[in-house]
Ligand binder design. Structure first.
Ligand code: PRE
Length: 349
């Protein structure tokens, strides 16, 4: 997107938001994890159903590709009941901390910094094990899926396919489709299976057989998806069919563990996700020491970034304001889940 300089009637710079390429496009874009049949697509459809404004769903080949895409909205899986935080999403959100603040940064970098979490939903997740038509249970030598689906089904896999090779794929539906176009190494390894949604299996029912349903083992398995809105681009429309979250939470990305407690002293921390910080090329200061073992702090050798979620719906409390302004200033604030798609809305889709 390219911002253009605008001027008012007096030739002075306009105070209005500059015109951005795409302003004339009628529909807003919502990027999600494709191809058709992913859980990400279901989440995107649920968020989309809350708006009256035209919103075009844009399938992306991976979670990182969603993050790299310039769109008004981004739909990302955040955490799962069984397998916990979605690492690729956490790495994307935390990468906001590493962006350079120099003015030479690209529009996309600036846009990523201005993305804010605005809503969430909990999608019920139930996987099926699919094979190419005619393949027998006992012939399966490998199982392919998104890392999350493999993790959520680990008990099932251990019980039924303890020797199967596990192959990760950027999405569950993509893994199912890959069975229809096996690579030469797939063929060398023998017959394979994929874990995907029932919806994906249905899309290819003439080519795929479902061997098991519910490989995650429990019925109350959910993945929480978040919706981000790019406030720096086209002004996002407002949702019209939604419920304000009864338990509103704000998200912050923090560069070290020591920031957590002082920053959130009087608020209720709901969740802390941590991920290794990308390796820096800067040499670690040795402070003149020459011995082999110079590390004192854990963070020296295990640099870690944190995504912290805190309660903001505490009555008579202005923590939100204070934290938000410090967070904004330091580039830590990532927005708040102010509204939610209800379970009833999701079921009705
Ligand atoms: O692969 C998909 O279908 C996705 O939408 C991704 C994803 C995830 O990243 O957690 C979403 C929900 C399920 O937990 C499994 C996979």
């Amino acid at each position: 997107m390219t911002a253009q300089t605008t001027t008012n009637g007096n030739g002075e710079p306009s105070t209005k938001r500059p015109r951005i390429e795409g302003d004339n496009v009628k529909s807003h874009k919502m990027a999600y994890l494709g191809p058709p049949g992913t859980y990400g697509q279901m989440a995107a459809a649920a968020f989309q159903s809350c708006y009256d404004a035209p919103i075009e769903l844009i399938p992306c080949p991976s979670i990182s590709a969603i993050w790299e895409t310039s769109a008004t909205f981004h739909v990302l899986p955040l955490e799962n009941t069984i397998h916990g935080g979605v690492t690729e999403t956490l790495d994307c959100l935390l990468s906001n901390l590493n962006f350079s603040s120099h003015s030479s940064t690209s529009n996309l970098v600036r846009e990523k910094k201005h993305r804010r979490i605005i809503a969430d939903l909990a999608l019920p997740i139930s996987h099926v094990l699919v094979v190419r038509k005619g393949v027998k249970k006992e012939d399966i030598k490998w199982i392919r899926s998104h890392e999350q689906a493999l993790g959520q089904s680990s008990k099932f896999i251990k019980t039924h396919y303890s020797t199967a090779r596990l192959k990760t794929y950027p999405s569950t539906a993509g893994a199912a489709i890959s069975l229809l176009n096996p690579t030469s190494s797939d063929l060398e390894e023998g017959e394979g299976a994929a874990l995907c949604s029932k919806a994906a299996a249905k899309l290819y029912e003439d080519q795929l057989d479902v061997l098991y349903e519910g490989t995650q083992g429990i019925s109350n398995n959910f993945t929480r998806f978040i919706l981000l809105s790019s406030s720096s681009a086209i002004s996002p429309p407002a949702p019209i069919r939604h419920v304000c979250s009864p338990s509103q939470t704000a998200f912050y990305t923090l560069p070290s563990a020591k920031e957590i407690i002082p920053f959130f002293q009087s608020s209720r921390i709901r969740n802390i996700h941590s991920r290794p910080s990308p390796i820096s090329s800067d040499p670690i200061p040795q402070n003149g020491k020459t011995t082999q073992d110079v590390w004192v702090n854990r963070e020296e050798r295990f640099p870690t970034l944190y995504l912290v979620e805190v309660d903001i719906a505490i009555e008579g409390n202005d923590i939100d304001q204070t934290q938000s302004s410090i967070g904004e200033e330091k580039g830590w604030y990532l927005g708040k889940a102010e509204w939610r798609v209800t379970d009833e809305q999701i079921t009705a889709l």
